[in-house]
Each structure stands twice: as structure tokens, then as C-alpha cells.
Design a protein around this ligand. Structure first.
Ligand SMILES: *Cc1c(COP(=O)(O)O)cnc(C)c1O
Length: 399
């Protein structure tokens, strides 16, 4: 059967106003990178996050934000980093590259994100930093986790790639930690033409080196130049923190993307709210089916970037469900976030073992429904009816 509802690679459609902003930047922006649109996006984002101006930095994607955050941690041999195994690979490998040892934390069975308890269970005297991932768009218990990290003197990093706009205790995801990272990739609720990212750095001393780390180590000359063209147009030096040299990168995001990002901030709450209303509609309409266990959150704590459920009747029924949805109904559900310790990449690095039963259980029976913002009501209702029918027929087959 032909696919009726695909798991789209694109989260949102742009309004004519947003397209006009892009076209205007295409026509007029000079330079096309590192200009006023970048500064404007960073200013608007800091305002949206309710964090200090000058603490948010656009970068070319979430991964490059993680790369810089890993550099800023300045790990020493023997240092450990606590991070959930149930996440996307980009949450973890930038830290691996900096030589820190990963320690896997489990997620909560119901919320599918780490908790202060699951983090605490993974701490050792060598722990230097903690990465919390607000997976699926749900923000973890940040007040408790931040208190734990403060008490233990740990660097706290929030991977809010999927959770822009989600909030708890009146604060936005990505604003609780020492650093926060955001992704504006094609899949995310806010996307700047497919790639984009933001890095939040709380400490002004660390934030001061980010522009140079982001852009080739470029910096001002340390002296006045009587002839503006000499010795040359630009200077470079080694970004340093407390006397320690950090090697630069080029992770800049273009002006067109930045102009669009600033514009999209006006609509992100609406996008998130609309996704949540529809997620709750879908979840509530299936409340009679014990087989599908959703995470129902009726507040801005969840932006429903993804709509995921656990098949309580196990992996076998999960596979039969996805197969029937795809081949009898044309609805393409997927399975996401293999616990990282199961990938060859991490196994070969010595991270194959993890004690994460909740994350393992969830992953082995999980179903992720197509849930792009632009799904029509008709398609959502079709998917709902299809889900009911497939569950009923699987039920019948059981008996
Ligand atoms: C998307 C994502 C990233 C990486 O973002 P990119 O912009 O694709 O580099 C990191 N962590 C999580 C949890 C993500 O979902």
C-alpha cells in the first residue's frame, strides 16, 4: 500500500511573512555571515530565554554547539561525564572527542528523561560534568538536577535540541545549566532552513572566548593601527581560558538563517502549543487502549517535538503494530534513539555496557508516530482511526 502519512524529515512550513524575511536577507544582507542578523537572533533568543544578553551564540547546528561546550569543559585525563544512553548520538560524541570518559545514566520509565536520582546513581569522585537531554521535547526535573550539580560542584549542560520553549518552574529549557545547546535542524520545532544551532554559556568569562572558538580564532589587534590595512585585514590568536590554549573552529551560521531564526521566535510558542493540543487530542482519544502508553503532559513542560509511546504488550506486538500501520494503513511510524551503548561506534570505544533497564525497556517497545506540525487534521484523524483499527485487530488476533 502506498504511504499516506510519512514520517517527514521536515517539521514546519513557513509563512509568507517568514519567506519574505528570508528573501529580504538574501537581497540585502552584507555580509552574508556574522552580521546584524546574527546579533539580532542572539539578542532575541537571550530575551526569549530570559538570560543575560551576550550569553547566546548562533552556530551552524546543535552538534557544533555541543562541540564548543565540550571544549569549554576542559576535561583532564580520568574525568567522567554522566549522560543518558537513550539519546541521539550527537549528544555524546563531541565529548568523547575531548577525551572524557562517558558514564551512562538511565532515564525515568514514565518521562523517558534522566532524573536527579538516576544521575546521582552514576556519579563517582571523577565526575566532572553532566549532560541532561530533554528528549522528545519534555524538560527534565531541572530545579532538582541543578541543585544536585551545584552541591557536587559539577558542570551542568542541557541538551535542549528537541526542547526549545519547554519550561519548568517558570524557566525555559536550556537556561538552568552552565551551558545549554539548541538545534534548528530540519526535524526540530524551530528550524532555520534545515541547519542551525544556539549555544548558551552562563559564565561571562567562558562566553568571552566563544566568538573566537566559533570563528577561526579571529580577534582584534592588540594595538591601534595607524594604517588600517596593515599588517592585514584580520588578526588571529589562540583563544585561551585561564592560560589554557583552546583550538578554534569555524561553526558560524549564515545571516539568512539567523534572520529567519529571529522571525520564528515570534511563532515558536504557538507552534509548540498547537503540537501539544493535538498530541493531547491523540493521546486522550486512545486512552481506552492499555497497549499504548504515552507520556501525557498538559502544560508547557512538553513541546511534543515527537509523539512517542511504549507498546506495553512488548517488542513483538510493537513490530506487528508498526508493520500493520505501514502496510495496511499507509502510516509510517518509526523507532528512535537506540541506547548509544548498543551502537558499534560506542561499543568499539569501550562503552558497550550500561545499566539502564528503563531506557532499554522503553526503546525495545517504542513507537514514534509521524507528528510534523503541518500534518492536516484530516491526516491526524486518519492516523487515529488507523491506530484504533490496528490495535483492535491485534487484540483480536491475541485471543
Ligand atoms: C538534533 C539533536 C542534536 C543535534 O543537532 P544538530 O543540529 O542536528 O546537529 C543533538 N541532540 C539531540 C537530542 C538532538 O535531537
Amino acid at each position: 500500500m502506498e504511504t499516506k502519512i510519512n514520517f517527514s524529515g521536515r517539521s514546519i512550513r513557513y509563512t509568507e511573512e517568514e519567506i519574505a524575511v528570508v528573501v529580504e536577507a538574501m537581497r540585502c544582507a552584507d555580509p552574508l555571515t556574522q552580521g546584524r542578523h546574527m546579533r539580532e537572533f542572539e539578542r532575541c533568543f537571550a530575551h526569549y530565554q530570559n538570560v543575560a544578553e551576550g550569553s547566546c551564540f548562533t552556530v551552524m547546528n546543535g552538534c557544533s554547539a555541543l562541540e564548543i561546550s565540550a571544549q569549554l569543559c576542559r576535561f583532564r585525563p580520568g574525568d567522567e561525564l554522566v549522560i543518558p544512553a537513550h539519546t541521539f548520538t550527537a549528544s555524546a560524541y563531541p565529548y568523547v572527542k575531548r577525551g572524557v570518559r562517558l558514564v551512562w545514566a538511565d532515564v525515568d520509565r514514565r518521562t523517558r528523561v534522566v532524573t536527579a536520582e538516576s544521575i546521582e546513581a552514576a556519579l563517582t569522585p571523577n565526575t566532572k560534568a553532566v549532560v541532561v537531554v530533554h528528549l522528545y521535547g519534555y524538560i527534565a526535573d531541572m530545579p532538582e538536577i541543578a541543585a544536585l550539580c551545584r552541591e557536587r560542584g559539577l558542570i551542568l549542560i542541557e541538551d535542549a535540541a528537541q526542547a526549545v520553549g519547554a519550561e519548568v518552574a517558570g524557566k525555559k529549557s536550556g537556561s538552568f545549566g552552565d551551558m545549554g545547546i539548541f538545534s534548528f535542524h530540519s526535524h526540530k520545532n524551530l528550524t532555520t532552513l534545515g541547519e542551525g544551532g544556539m549555544l548558551y554559556v552562563r559564565d561571562p568569562a567562558l562566553a568571552a572566548v566563544v566568538p573566537a572558538l566559533r570563528h577561526n580564532g579571529h580577534c582584534d589587534y592588540a594595538f591601534e593601527r595607524p594604517d588600517y590595512w596593515k599588517p592585514a585585514m584580520g588578526n588571529v590568536d589562540i583563544p585561551t581560558l585561564d592560560g589554557e590554549a583552546l583550538m578554534p573552529n569555524n561553526y558560524c551560521l549564515g545571516e539568512v538563517e539567523c534572520a529567519l531564526g529571529a522571525k520564528l521566535l515570534e511563532r515558536i510558542d504557538q507552534i509548540n502549543d498547537e503540537k501539544r493540543v493535538r498530541a493531547l487530542y491523540f493521546i486522550d482519544a486512545l486512552a481506552g487502549f492499555q497497549e499504548l502508553e504515552f507520556h501525557r503532559v498538559d502544560s508547557r513542560r512538553h513541546n511534543y517535538h515527537l509523539l512517542a509511546a511504549r507498546m506495553t504488550t512488548g517488542p513483538d506486538m510493537r513490530d506487528r503494530f508498526i508493520r500493520a500501520m505501514a502496510f495496511e494503513k499507509g502510516v509510517k511510524c518509526v523507532v528512535q534513539y537506540i541506547p548509544l551503548n548498543r551502537y558499534g561506534f560506542y561499543r568499539r570505544l569501550g562503552y558497550g555496557e550500561a545499566s539502564c533497564p528503563c531506557g532499554d525497556d522503553f526503546f525495545d517497545s517504542m513507537v514514534s508516530f509521524p507528528f510534523q506540525h503541518w500534518l492536516s487534521n484530516e491526516d491526524l484523524n486518519y492516523m487515529l482511526t488507523a491506530t484504533r483499527e490496528v490495535l483492535c485487530s491485534l487484540h483480536g488476533a491475541e485471543k
